[in-house]
Design a protein around this ligand. Structure first.
Ligand SMILES: Nc1ncnc2c1ncn2[C@@H]1O[C@H](COP(=O)(O)OP(=O)(O)OP(=O)(O)O)[C@@H](O)[C@H]1O
Ligand SMILES: [Mg+2]
Length: 266
């Protein structure tokens, strides 16, 4: 089933007399259960693209469908309800600094009118799911980056979303912590069947967990498809630059020698 679909999605920012075409005619289909990577250089339009998927950013033109429902036709109330199906996590975690881990996870539940007792019960289960049950009383400033991102993931899962959007969720973390968060996301995808969209600068993140990838350049999707295919045979200059520049040396050598590599993208 197609979980997320965009049709002719275009976003133009006007600032003073400057016009930025952040997204141009984006046609994307993300299937249920995909871990879909979005990669591109800084300023390419990646964040704008995911922000359009839950209408945090309103498209200038085009449509966004979630499970076949056109978000642009929904009323404000219907959109709020639909957004509960779409969790989001960010590079800088965006936790409430004055609240402990447990209360951070409870926050979206309180917004839904869930009682404190029920919210605590659910939040404790989620903190356990993300591996930090022992930190429920800690405040964000008392947690490492990786632990804060785990709280943010638990909070994003509180409303039982079908989709999780991750904007540079591991960019502030060291390689080891990044690997542990990616394992967690992979587990969430496998166990809960949540469709995940991951924006990243890092090719290694795509390689680690994504099954599909879109390469964004100057507001256009220049290439997209199965990670293995794109990695083995990047066609556009942008894809070649990203893939060949950023892979470890041994992988690059392998691609150059064989043309196709069985190891790349697995
Ligand atoms: N609110 C805004 N007003 C004006 N221009 C904007 C706005 N948000 C983004 N842009 C512009 O749109 C383009 C795409 O920005 P976006 O943040 O989507 O890029 P990105 O690929 O996420 O970059 P990065 O990797 O640095 O996060 C950039 O040229 C940016 O300056
Ligand atoms: Mg961005």
């Amino acid at each position: 089933m197609i979980e997320i679909k965009t049709q002719h999605l275009t976003k133009i920012f006007e600032q003073g007399n400057e016009t930025v075409n952040a997204l141009n005619d984006i046609n994307l289909e993300i299937e249920e259960g995909d871990i879909y990577g979005v990669i591109g250089m800084s300023g390419a339009g990646k964040s704008t693209l995911v922000r359009c998927l839950n209408l945090l950013e309103k498209p200038t033109e085009g449509e966004v469908y979630i499970e076949g429902q056109n978000l642009l036709t929904l009323s404000e109330d219907e959109l709020l309800k639909k957004r509960r199906n779409i969790g989001m996590i960010f590079q800088h975690f965006n936790l409430l600094q004055q609240k402990n881990a447990l209360e951070n996870v409870c926050f979206p539940l309180y917004l839904e009118g869930v009682s404190k007792q029920e919210a605590h019960k659910k939040a404790r289960g989620l903190l356990e799911r993300v591996g930090i049950a022992d930190k429920e009383k800690s405040y964000p400033s008392q947690l490492s980056g990786g632990q804060q991102q785990r709280v943010a993931i638990a909070r994003a899962l509180a409303t039982d979303p079908k989709i999780l959007l991750c904007d540079e969720a591991t960019s502030a973390l060291d390689p080891q912590t990044t690997a542990s968060i990616l394992r967690l996301l992979k587990g969430i995808n496998a166990d809960l069947g949540i469709t995940i969209v991951i924006i990243t600068h890092a090719m290694s993140v795509i390689k680690e967990i994504c099954n599909k990838v879109a390469i964004v350049e100057d507001g256009y999707i220049v290439e997209n498809g199965e990670v293995q295919e794109i990695f083995a045979n990047p066609k556009t200059k942008a894809a070649k630059k990203l893939i060949l520049n950023e892979l470890p040396d041994e992988d690059v050598a392998e691609i150059k020698i064989s043309g196709v590599s069985a190891n790349v993208g697995q």
